[in-house]
Write a protein that binds this ligand. Structure first.
Ligand code: FES
Length: 104
């Protein structure tokens, strides 16, 4: 596994999403109670951008059709979403949000 630095932790507003486009990935970064979570930004149900959705606790609601996911696991919490959202492991770092990605 390789690591990929996405952004500074201080750039991610608490209880909101930040969209990060890097390499060929478009990701949504979330920050809840000093813990950071990363998932694919494009909703598994359609064109919605989860970083622009509504975060309530650990539930991100897509602003397109109001389906939702758990940002900790990617699991579907509310339809019409059916397919879990891909999540990324966030590595420990004091300053940056860094995820684990497969080697090229
Ligand atoms: S595109 Fe996200 S719920 Fe439909």
């Amino acid at each position: 596994m390789a690591s990929l630095t996405l952004c500074k932790k201080e750039d991610v507003p608490e209880d909101e999403g930040l969209k990060v486009e890097i390499n060929d990935l478009t990701l949504a970064v979330f920050h809840v109670e000093s813990v950071f979570y990363v998932m694919d930004d494009v909703c598994s149900h359609g064109p919605g951008s989860l970083s622009e959705g509504f975060l309530e606790g650990y539930e991100i609601e897509c602003d397109f059709h109001a389906g939702s996911f758990d940002i900790r696991t990617g699991e579907v919490m509310r339809p019409p979403c059916m397919i879990p959202q891909k999540i990324y492991k966030v590595l420990d770092d004091p300053n940056d949000v860094i995820i684990e990605v497969p080697e090229d």
